[in-house]
Design a binder for this molecule. Sequence first.
Ligand SMILES: [Zn+2]
Length: 265
Amino acid sequence: MPSTASHPFDASDADIILRSSGPEPVDFRVYRQILVLSSPVFATMFTLPQSQSAGNEVDIPVVELSEGADILDPLLRFIYPVARPNIQTLDAMTPLLEAASKYDLAVVPGTLRYKLLSTSILEKEPLRVYAIAMRYGFEEEAKIVPPYTLRTKLLHTPLIKELEHISGYAYHRLILMYCKRGSEAARLLDTWNPRCRYDSTACTQWMDDYKRRAREELLVRPAGDSIFISSFIWARHTFCGNTGCELSKGLESLRAQIDVLPDTI
Ligand SMILES: [Zn+2]
């Protein structure tokens, strides 16, 4: 016997039951009109003949859905006049967006698309965000993501399932921007040649080592900010320390040039 969902999906005067899939199905006792108003797919579905629930109560139609209870519960909370579920991760968002697309529940993507732009998600998994935004046509969100990919080792990202749903064109555009930024940043570094007016050996050693490491880093993380953090700058050598040594200013000017390289598609 299926169990009954928790409040508010346990209404005794419900006029339809949505039954979740899985080994332990759950009955969501809901009001047909709310579903019809929210989803043209449900509206059409309810015009078809439905099976009846068996039991002591007045029989009401049962619709068996392919989603599990863990998806149906938050999905229905988006369309019911109750507090919306607090969805914080891409793992939680993805199945909801898929189900919402299937049932044409516009309120779900309309709400979740903004959550994609939470800084913690964008910084951690920009490629997944990009793929999800492209898949569901969230154009504004998709435009915001590319600069975040520049701070990651994009070409070394493990294969992610969301990429199955976007075009090779959309993915390749991102990769081209990423690689172009890396090569242009490396070119700026190659032509960057600030002088230590004291011809200090320390500064020469620093320069050789820094340029070599920075070049490698820019090709795998072309945003460029990682080569200007102190632990990177001073990883092996230091400047001569003479007042007036201009390497420090040189770093600032290199950063300014890299910062304005294109970072969008
Ligand atoms: Zn110096």
